[in-house]
Design a protein around this ligand. Structure first.
Ligand SMILES: Cc1cc2nc3c(=O)[nH]c(=O)nc-3n(C[C@H](O)[C@H](O)[C@H](O)COP(=O)(O)OP(=O)(O)OC[C@H]3O[C@@H](n4cnc5c(N)ncnc54)[C@H](O)[C@@H]3O)c2cc1C
Length: 346
């Protein structure tokens, strides 16, 4: 029996098994909760439960949580277990993200990037003053209370434009039905910026970027933000696609190589033609083949949830520190729970 945790600041959701702590389940799902002693003594992993209740083994409160604090909803994530679904605040575990805004933007362009993937460019004067961090995403309002999430592919919107790379989903209301019909000037309501996937400037480790499909979009934004930057760490970018024709970002990344510090770009194809001379198979397996030790790397994963889960498991076995694996899974739908995404600095 599992119960679900929803993080109000980010909308992240993850399941917690009956015998599992919230901290362990969060870690398994790539949700960061800082921790230290992990026996309930230090309070580093303190979270606030804003809906529902947690319990502890044998009903003993951990040392770091008083009766009063328990009553107010404070909990030690390393010891807390669930009998019901809960909503939690991780404000202390998240840096101060740029504030999110609702904007009405105009469609500037919809064009094919390759078979089944389109670029949607949105424009608006308001974008010139909006701050976001490369890696974050937008929610597009469907007008019926539903939203669709897409990562921002450009490093900043100082020119008043936002670029999204959108994979067509079979039967998809937005990606297959609405998107191809959007004309220049059509208006879309978006909420942005959202999400906690962004380039960790203070993490100086060499970086391994791993994407499948349009998961390349937020990594493209991060790379663009690092062009000609003297503080750019070494970057190895692995991009999993099906075949040669899918590699729509190839020329640009190759051209960027001289403007990034020690940049290596490795496309990995799952269904290449017989002529393909490069790497083939699953993108995460290519990294496992290339790195004997990942303990000194910061790892950024973006794209299919299956790749992310598999990569995370394999990379930790290869020495990667879970605290330095940053991930954005393109789940089916990303319902936002909290609208005010401005969190306190830890
Ligand atoms: C934070 C975040 C960022 C994202 N960024 C991007 C991005 O930059 N580019 C991009 O192409 N996608 C991205 N996605 C995925 C994207 O949001 C979905 O593909 C999109 O919502 C599908 O909308 P739709 O209306 O076309 O499909 P729907 O009408 O909602 O769904 C149609 C059918 O397809 C299934 N389906 C929907 N989405 C997916 C999916 N992703 N994979 C497999 N099956 C699916 C549904 O279960 C349903 O059966 C992101 C998702 C998240 C959570």
């Amino acid at each position: 029996m599992t119960h679900q945790v929803v993080v109000i600041e980010t909308g992240d959701r993850f399941d917690v098994a009956a015998d599992e702590s919230i901290l362990d389940a969060a870690r398994r799902n790539g949700v960061q909760i800082h921790s230290e002693c992990e026996f309930g003594g230090c309070g580093t992993c303190r979270i606030q439960v804003v809906k529902g209740r947690v319990h502890y083994e044998d009903d003993f409160l951990p040392m770091s949580v008083s009766d009063e604090e328990h009553a107010e909803g404070f909990a030690a994530a390393c010891q807390a277990r669930l009998h019901e679904d809960v909503e939690i605040s991780l404000a202390n575990h998240i840096v101060s993200l740029p504030a999110s805004h609702e904007l009405v933007l105009e469609v500037a362009e919809v064009k094919d990037l390759c078979q089944g993937i389109r670029q949607l460019v949105l424009q608006g004067e308001a974008l010139k003053d909006i701050e976001y961090w490369p890696g974050q995403y937008v929610n597009i309002d469907m007008g019926d209370g539903q939203q669709r999430s897409f990562s921002i592919a450009n490093a900043n919107s100082a020119d008043g434009c936002l670029s999204l790379h959108i994979r067509e989903i079979e039967g998809g209301r937005f990606t297959q039905k609405l998107l191809p019909t959007l004309q220049h000037g059509a208006k879309l309501k978006v909420t942005m910026p959202l999400g906690t996937f962004y380039y960790r400037e203070k993490d100086w480790r060499p970086m391994v970027f791993v994407a499948t499909g349009t998961g390349i979009a937020p990594l493209r934004a991060m790379l663009e933000s690092l062009l000609d930057n003297d503080d750019c760490p070494p970057i190895s970018l692995y991009w999993g696609m099906r075949n040669e024709a899918d590699l729509y970002q190839m020329a640009e990344f190759e051209a960027w190589a001289s403007r990034l510090y020690e940049f290596e770009f490795v496309p990995v194809l799952s269904q290449p033609s017989a002529q393909w001379q490069g790497r083939s198979g699953y993108v995460q397996d290519a990294i496992m083949a290339d790195f004997d030790d990942l303990s000194e790397h910061a790892i950024y994963l973006c794209g299919s949830p299956a790749m992310i889960n598999d990569a995370r498991r394999q990379f930790v076995e290869r020495g990667a520190d879970a605290d330095f694996i940053y991930a954005d899974a393109f789940n089916l739908q990303h319902d936002l729970v909290g609208q005010d995404l401005k969190a306190e600095v830890a």
